[in-house]
Design a protein around this ligand. Structure first.
Ligand code: SAM
Length: 586
């Protein structure tokens, strides 16, 4: 038994979640892993076969270009085989570097066709692409129906579950299993559908503050995508889900990729715990350094129809945006002092109200509850970043077509009407989407100076944005401590590397009318400066402290009280990353 299989055996007993895949078969897992690696079933491998444009088209869920190119690939292969009068070599029997490379391309083409491009594959091609696992092994693992394992050559076989490559700088190449997408079955998704790695999964993964941590929680883990990345920087990870089927996939994925995810035990205890239950119920009374969640935040009209066939992967079963509200209000309870929670969410916008009305109300209510429960700082600072806003009709259409591609007109109209009436019952006109970050202060001294932050940033931001959010948290804690100690003036600030200044001036004017600072990285904000603050920024080279520069400006401009007025504005520039504190950031 290999090292990873041994690790698997140590934890699978606790991971006995029923579902489509069987992760208790160490030898079959080992064989599958070896076949996938030998085929170079990676994004690069797949792109190498269908080309960049067809590969890129996958982002828009367009499979047709890749399917066409794969059909061409096999036509060419068949012609070449006829010319050579040779039978197809399997990867196991191929000899010589050229033949092995050819066999590798064929195996990768089979896997890409079967999973990525949702095309049934002939039994003999599958058998050749999986020489170690075999059709029987695929069936034992749950990827193939048992009767298909004995299908005659030429039979066209469909998989029962999806498996595709996922890469990250932190974890390298892994393979992630989930339910088959709707391209295979042109019908409504099953209500227990387990999502693969989607755009929202990646948006969250790229936003996570990845400082080393001892303990992390992934709430609503799905196929486990957030856990895989958490394992790269957290000693122990707890993953929860309401869906047993989701935990079945997570367990399988962890064990299939055990080596690359370094799933080995730390201090005698497994690094990952998988727990079934709703929201925080499975971890009641525990606290973590980091909590991440891509929760089932999709707003859904509540009625007997939507409740009886609830899409667990996206619908938390509560009215409107209550699920996100509840998480914002309760997550601080499971954060250690200094701990951070990050989640994605939707919020409803009523009438002409500003986008942040609901987030501000949730935040205020979370603080009230926290101070009632724990008067000395049991609450958290919140940072909401609204990334987009959608009108209610567009929102309804997007989510209705996400699960059902083939509506008949009457049913779609009825479902749209449910959405219209549901939104109207609360006066909702728009829906916001964004990132939420909650940070529990270590104590009153490092609670954010200006309280919670509500920002709308709809332009493209640097990705991954996680490192920039991590640096922002450091700076905010630093300015908070300095201000609390009355030492803000003693900080030394310099202009951040990515920041440029823009001055706009009427022709012939003596002074610029507009001075802007722009960030080239991170959240790529723009900030309008007063001429005094612009004077400060020009002098901020780290030689003089904040108080010294502000004092000098007050003297030069002969404006009494200027220094005192400038300091908080300068701290704001530090909080937002236009200025940085070299002593803190090293
Ligand atoms: C949008 S998916 C996120 C999956 C994965 N974490 C990702 O980032 O792609 C939401 C997950 O939350 C789970 N879920 C739904 N209701 C839940 C609840 N009340 N408590 C915990 N998890 C829940 C679903 O089963 C699903 O796996």
């Amino acid at each position: 038994m290999s090292a990873s299989a041994g690790e698997g055996a140590a934890v699978t007993a606790a991971w006995d979640f029923s579902g489509p895949l069987d992760s208790s078969r160490a030898e079959d897992l080992e064989s599958l892993r070896a076949d996938l690696a030998a085929a170079d079933y990676s994004s690069e491998g797949v792109e190498g076969i269908v080309g960049a444009p067809a590969f890129e088209a996958l982002h828009a869920e367009q499979l047709a270009p890749g399917r066409l190119l794969l059909a061409d690939f096999w036509a060419q292969e068949d012609r070449a085989a006829q010319v050579a009068g040779a039978e197809e070599d399997s990867l196991a029997s191929a000899s010589g570097a050229g033949e092995r490379a050819e066999a590798q391309r064929r195996a990768c083409a089979v896997m890409a066709g079967w999973w990525v491009f949702a095309t049934p594959q002939p039994a003999e091609r599958l058998a050749a692409a999986f020489p170690r696992t075999g059709l029987e092994g695929l069936a034992r693992l749950g990827f193939l129906a048992l009767e298909d394992a004995e299908a005659p050559a030429g039979a066209s076989l469909r998989p029962l579950a999806d498996l595709r490559p996922h890469e990250g700088d932190d974890i390298g190449l892994i393979w992630v299993a989930s339910d088959l997408g709707s391209h295979y079955a042109e019908k409504a998704l099953d209500s227990e559908y387990v999502l693969g790695v989607g755009q929202a999964s990646l948006t969250l993964a790229r936003s996570i503050v990845r400082t080393p941590a001892r303990s992390a929680l992934d709430l609503g883990t799905g196929c486990g995508i957030q856990v895989f990345h958490l394992l790269a920087h957290c000693d122990r990870v707890t993953a929860t889900d309401l869906s047993e089927r989701a935990l079945n996939y997570t367990a399988f994925n962890l064990l299939l990729n055990a080596d690359r995810l370094r799933l080995r035990e730390v201090d005698g205890a497994p690094r990952v715990r998988l727990l079934r239950g709703s929201l925080l119920e499975p971890v009641e009374g525990e606290a973590f350094d980091l909590v991440v969640s891509n929760p089932p935040f999709v707003i859904t009209p509540r009625n007997a129809r939507t409740d009886s066939s609830r899409y667990t992967y996206r619908d938390g079963g509560l009215p409107g945006d209550r699920l996100v509200a509840e998480l914002v209000q309760t997550l601080p309870r499971v954060l250690k002092p200094g701990g951070v929670a990050q989640l994605l969410g939707n919020w409803e916008i009523v009438g002409d109200e500003p986008w942040d009305s609901a987030p501000r109300a949730w935040e205020a209510s979370a603080r009230e509850t926290a101070s009632a429960l724990q008067p000395s700082g049991g609450d958290a600072d919140a940072w909401f970043i609204q990334r987009e806003e959608t009108d209610t009709l567009q929102y309804a259409l997007t989510w209705l077509s996400d699960a059902v591609r083939t509506w008949d007109a009457g049913a779609q109209e009825a479902a749209l009407a449910e959405y219209r009436d549901d939104f109207a019952s609360r006066g909702v006109t728009r829906v916001g989407f964004g990132l939420v970050l909650l940070r529990r202060p270590r104590g009153p001294e490092d609670a954010w100076r200006t309280g919670s932050v509500f920002e709308e940033i709809t332009h493209p931001i640097e990705q991954p944005v996680g490192p920039s959010l991590a640096a922002a948290l450091e700076r905010r804690a630093q300015t908070a401590r300095a201000a609390a100690a009355g030492k803000a003036g003693e900080l030394f600030a310099v202009v951040a590397e990515d920041v440029t200044e823009e001055r706009h001036q009427r022709p012939g004017a003596e002074h610029p009318g507009v001075i802007l600072l722009r960030q080239g990285a991170g959240l790529r904000r723009t900030c309008l400066l007063s001429s005094e603050l612009a004077g400060f920024v020009s002098a901020a080279d780290g030689e003089l402290s904040v108080a010294q520069i502000a004092g000098a400006l007050e003297a030069i401009l002969e404006e009494e009280g200027l220094a005192e007025r400038l300091v908080p504005e300068v701290l704001q520039l530090v909080d937002e990353g236009f200025l940085v504190l070299p002593a803190v950031e090293g």
